[in-house]
Design a protein around this ligand. Structure first.
Ligand SMILES: [Zn+2]
Ligand SMILES: [Zn+2]
Ligand SMILES: [Zn+2]
Ligand SMILES: [Zn+2]
Length: 109
């Protein structure tokens, strides 16, 4: 199941914020070395992208910006799987948020 974080709360009931941060410790699963996209700045609690997955469906990033498909996005890594992107990806330039084609889920009507 996909753990949508959009309306999620931290342990102290603050709404999680859309951030970009490299974390060494996930508030839920412990020591990690990965990116965080959702966290509570007030409590200094940050969650890895596995525990609080960024949006991989639809066409907006967690910050509410439109994602654009870039056919050749080089020197970037996917914010979901952390794999390096060689082909196309969906990107929000403002947040520096990239989702590779493998992680992207096509929205079904
Ligand atoms: Zn985690
Ligand atoms: Zn909090
Ligand atoms: Zn990916
Ligand atoms: Zn954005």
């Amino acid at each position: 199941m996909i753990n949508w974080a959009a309306n999620d709360m931290c342990q102290n009931n603050h709404k999680l914020q859309w951030v970009k941060k490299h974390i060494q410790n996930c508030a839920q699963c412990g020591p990690v070395d990965t990116m965080c996209r959702y966290g509570c700045v007030q409590c200094n609690l940050y969650y890895c992208v596995k525990c609080r997955q960024p949006p991989v469906m639809g066409d907006i990033c967690g910050g509410g910006h439109e994602l654009k498909y870039v056919p050749t996005l080089k020197y970037h890594s996917c914010d979901v799987c952390r794999g390096s992107i060689s082909g196309g990806a969906y990107r929000c330039q403002e947040c520096d948020y990239d989702v590779c084609e493998k992680c992207w889920i096509v929205k079904e009507d």
